[in-house]
Design a protein around this ligand. Structure first.
Ligand code: WTA
Length: 707
């Protein structure tokens, strides 16, 4: 079976009829959306004649909905026997058991049969205008001939194999097998967005290994921690990264990380630049090793619930958690959301500019688009390199139809003015998406008015690493349904959001705020935390038994639309990157001069949130605060990543604490927000005078300007 996003005859008919009928048919004297043209499976759902009814059906008949969609949109080696076996109160989540499939076959082989010449990846390299296109196709005879020839021709063949995704994946799969990677092992990938990174992910999927992609901005220590937790024997990286015109020495970072990772036996190094790097006995040149391999790689037969990948993300404690996603449910959810949230159609060019090191890159640069047979863009650069017109120049040059980016970039670009956008032809765009953090109304309006020429929908998409794919977003909905700026608004198929009050009761009325939970399981949700199912249960299942707790707060408007108001825990969001304040505190506290610290997020007009650290020094310390600030920043950058560095470090004599010793971060937030009336009752503090000192110190550090 194939996707409507593929090239099957059935799909062509669907698209044709959609165009001819314009998706509308007369129903009971009114023009109604032809829901079966919109989603073919809906023809089998009793009484479903509108998109709204389809959404209702997907929630109230969740099993029947997901069974139909899974049968239609995934290629199964063996069909599943149960749709779901879930109990949220116990943290048991299983979908499509009995089913066997291979994710790489779903993302590659089936498209090779139907549309081999279609471009799967467009690698938008850092250097503008040097994009590389990779088709789905497997190897042709010309290529085999080249492979057998001399070195010069061999290097030509690198260009050749770089142009077919299935064959890159197969070679990498065979290579990993030759080096002893087995089904169930976990391979760590530390690479910027590039075709070899995608092929490495798919190669893992092909042979049944899990992948653990680590954002290539993370420090050696952060990388080492993730490699150790995943127990990877194999790491895949590049010699150097290139971003914003600068060289980033990624292999050096890997070398440092691997020193502290006894599990690592081999590191494959791809050549992103021509600069040689020092190779250790564990290192192998990736392209060379690939070239030794066959272009056919037998796909492993995987159970629906086998692990597809781990992805580490921050929680409210210091230790990042490796969220686990499995095969069928994740892929199906990524594919369905990609198709319907963005109104993706066969032949479209989909441009998600997120890094593959985040869940957005996994679901919407790689798995969702490839499962749908799409052409997907891998963006290696930054929004302002070589100038603030970069995104829109790329939209024009690559003829992007759906553009998916982050509010932090939009806020940055709007400051550079409209000309950078208007210079370029954006007429190919059909949908604009936003993800990662709340999008403020000003940024939303600018995105809609200037980038989208008021012509196309902007979809604010709310979701998380844990949810696998988009859960709340304005589309799909009735084609003319309103979209409210800055609101994620409507649940996706199969998603039933609920708001809880502080006593854990479900809030049933509208125009109310509460803790955002999801009332029933869906196929894309994470299954556990690697090596720590107890933490999974405690974090997501126990706060509101029977519900999945998201950690976010939300407001439901009087119309019933959802607006995400932000985290309820000590997790902050810096330029769309999730980071636990405890994670930063743990690192700050490692400095020998530091007695203790408290880190909070504050509103930042570009980054969304900035990092503000309050630091108490040990008594005997006499160092200048400027030197100490630099030292602390360097430590955070070395242990976590640059984006986690505090924007402000305020040295204080003591922190406001309750009598039981708990730091009152709420008070610190109010000080930084300059909301002194909102400090609340300070009588429960151990030492209320501490607050006055902190207010004074804050004014000295920041002056009249609120940070
Ligand atoms: C936040 C990113 C408001 C939220 C896909 C969530 C958002 C966390 C939105 C997950 C949005 C994501 N509006 N807030 N549209 N999208 N968030 O795991 O706090 O990196 O819990 O996944 O980002 O971040 P993560």
């Amino acid at each position: 079976m194939r996707l409507p996003g593929g090239c099957s005859p059935k799909c062509v008919i669907t698209i044709f009829s959609r165009r001819v009928l314009r998706s509308y048919v007369p129903v009971q004297g009114r023009w109604r959306c032809n829901v079966a043209a919109f989603m073919p499976e809906a023809a089998g759902f009793d009484g479903v004649s509108t998109r709204t009814a389809l959404q209702d059906y997907s929630v109230s008949n969740s099993e029947s909905f997901w069974a139909a969609v899974a049968r239609q949109r995934l290629s199964w080696i063996k069909p599943f026997t149960t749709v779901q076996d879930c109990d949220l109160s116990q943290g048991r989540i299983k979908w499509f058991e009995g089913g066997k499939l291979n994710v790489s076959v779903n993302c590659l082989d089936r498209h090779v049969h139907t549309c081999p010449e279609r471009v799967a990846l467009i690698w938008e390299r850092d250097e503008p205008g040097s994009e590389v296109k990779i088709t789905y196709r497997s190897v042709g005879l010309d290529y085999v001939y080249v492979c057998l020839s001399s070195f010069v021709i061999l290097s030509m063949s690198l260009i050749s194999f770089h142009s077919h995704l299935l064959e890159m994946t197969c070679r990498l799969g065979n290579m990993l097998r030759r080096y002893g990677v087995q089904k169930g092992d976990c391979v760590t990938i530390y690479m910027p967005p590039c075709p070899l990174a995608v092929a490495s992910m798919l190669a893992c999927a092909r042979i049944g290994a899990a992948h653990n992609v680590v954002f290539a901005g993370f420090s050696a220590e952060a990388l080492a921690e993730r490699i150790r937790d995943a127990k990877s024997s194999t790491v895949i990286t590049v010699n150097q990264g290139v971003r914003g015109g600068k060289i980033i020495k990624l292999k050096k970072t890997v070398d440092k990380a691997v020193e502290n990772c006894p599990s690592v036996q081999q590191v494959f190094v791809a050549a992103r630049t021509d600069n040689p790097v020092t190779m250790t006995p564990k290192d192998f040149a990736l392209e060379e090793e690939m070239m030794k391999e066959d272009v056919v790689c037998e796909p492993a037969v995987m159970d629906s619930e086998d692990v597809l990948f781990l992805l580490y993300t921050s929680g409210s404690t210091g230790k990042p958690k490796g969220l686990v996603h499995t095969q069928a449910g994740y892929l199906l959810y990524a594919a369905l959301t990609h198709r319907y949230v963005f109104n993706y159609h066969d032949g479209d060019v989909f441009g998600c500019v997120a890094d593959i090191g985040w869940i957005t890159g996994h679901s919407y640069s790689v798995y969702g688009p490839l499962a749908n047979g799409a052409t997907t863009v891998l963006f290696e650069s930054t929004p302002i390199y070589p100038n603030p017109g970069r995104y829109w120049e790329v939209v024009q040059r690559l003829k992007i139809n759906q553009f998916y980016g982050a509010p932090t970039a939009i806020r940055l670009l709007l400051k550079y003015g409209d000309e950078w956008v208007q210079k370029y032809d954006r007429s190919t765009l059909k949908t604009l998406g936003s993800v990662g953090e709340p999008i403020n109304t000003e940024a939303w309006e600018w995105y809609h008015r200037v980038v989208g020429d008021r012509r196309i929908p902007v979809v604010d998409t709310w979701w998380q690493t844990e949810t696998g794919g988009i859960c709340i977003t304005p589309r799909p909905s009735e084609p003319d349904a309103e979209i409210v700026p800055g609101m994620a608004m409507r649940p996706f198929f199969g998603i039933k959001p609920v708001l809880m009050d502080s006593e854990g009761k479900v809030l049933t009325s509208n125009n109310t705020s509460g803790a955002l939970c999801i009332a029933q399981p869906w196929p894309g949700m994470a299954r556990t935390i690697h090596n720590n199912h107890q933490r999974f249960i405690e974090t997501y299942c126990q706060p509101h038994p029977g519900y999945f707790f998201t950690g976010d707060g939300a407001y439901r408007s009087k119309e019933g639309y959802y607006q995400i108001t932000g985290r309820l825990d000590d997790v902050i969001n810096v330029s769309g990157h999730r980071i636990g304040t405890a994670e930063i505190e743990d690192v700050v506290n490692l400095c020998s001069a530091v007695a203790e610290s408290a880190v909070i997020g504050y509103a930042h007009d570009i980054k969304g949130e900035g990092v503000y650290a309050f630091v108490v020094l040990k008594k005997e310390v006499n160092t200048q605060s400027a030197d100490l600030s630099k030292q602390l920043n360097d430590t955070v950058s070395m242990k976590i990543a640059k984006y986690a560095c505090p924007d402000y470090i305020q040295f204080v004599k003591r922190l406001p604490k309750t009598r039981s010793g708990k730091i009152m971060r709420r008070v610190l937030r109010k000080v930084v927000e300059r909301d002194l009336n909102g400090l609340g009752d300070l009588s429960t503090l151990d030492d209320p005078a501490a607050v006055q000192e902190i207010i004074q110190g804050h004014l000295e550090l920041c002056g009249d300007e609120q940070p």
